[in-house]
Design a protein around this ligand. Structure first.
Ligand code: FPP
Length: 244
């Protein structure tokens, strides 16, 4: 993939391509339940529409040259939700995994899941493993955080390093033992639906990420929202703790 140093805009100011300094955008897809509530529909309907927004966002990020997209689909805490809602999210994931596989060629997409798979159904685990194996060589990546928690991820990473015999660890060791080992840290983390918190998402990786919060509920989110977030990103000055 060719990456321009700086972002490219059309003559009327629309974003065409991101620059080389914006490789990874992560999304906290929040507000499905509230959106459904406003529509007078069950929460599950919000997730159905949320899954459509996920598809729009992945496609658009591909169009503008974002190399890595990570979405928070299901946290380690989301099991506390009613069973019907959990089952709905899992079945949507299966369905969209099939859809992603159909489009993997067109979008040159590597599909990866981050999180603890052990409690997932055998059928879903098999599907995930197959999707990852078939797409591992592609250029762009979509990471789907499923049964994911940032603290659990760090504990798992440290335990892995202990099992490997490490008695003293570096930041590089931890980064390399996380689920996201092969990804650069997110440059930008977007959260929809008005809350301004991380909710245990990419705690280690987000150390120097820029944050963008919008009141738009996730099912209403799409290319315009991503463009606004990217435009806001380009108004920031990233110093990584130094002076610019
Ligand atoms: C947060 O909204 C959303 C979730 C916990 C689930 C996200 C799932 C999807 C978008 C569908 C499946 C995903 C993929 C990748 C196909 P919420 O339910 O907490 O909303 P609320 O805060 O308004 O109640």
């Amino acid at each position: 993939m060719d990456l321009n140093e700086t972002p490219q805009y059309s003559a009327d100011g629309r974003l065409l391509r991101v620059g080389a300094d914006l490789q990874h955008i992560a999304f906290i897809m929040d507000g499905n339940g509230r959106w459904a509530n406003l529509m007078g529909k069950p929460r599950e309907f919000g997730h159905t529409e949320g899954a459509k927004a996920f598809e729009r966002v992945v496609e658009y990020c591909g169009d503008i040259g974002v190399k890595y997209v990570t979405v928070y689909a299901f946290s380690t805490e989301n099991w506390k939700r009613p069973r019907a809602e959990v089952e709905k999210i899992m079945s949507l994931l299966e369905m969209y995994l099939d859809k992603l596989m159909e489009k993997a060629d067109k979008y040159d997409l590597r599909v990866r899941f981050i999180g603890d798979r052990t409690p997932l159904s055998e059928k879903l685990i098999k599907k995930i493993e197959k999707a990852e194996a078939l797409t591992f060589y592609r250029t762009r990546t979509v990471n789907i955080a499923l049964n994911y928690g940032g603290r659990a991820e760090m504990c798992a990473a440290v335990n892995k390093l202990i099992r490997e015999g490490k008695t003293e660890i570096t930041e590089k060791d931890i980064s390399g033992a996380l689920y996201t080992a092969e990804c650069p840290d997110p440059d930008l983390i977007v959260r929809t639906a008005g809350e301004q918190r991380l909710s245990n998402f990419l705690l280690w990786q987000g150390a120097y990420s820029e944050f963008y919060f919008t009141d738009t509920l996730w099912p209403d989110f799409g290319p315009e929202g991503v463009e606004a977030a990217v435009n806001a990103y380009y108004k920031r000055t990233r110093r990584f703790g130094g002076l610019v």
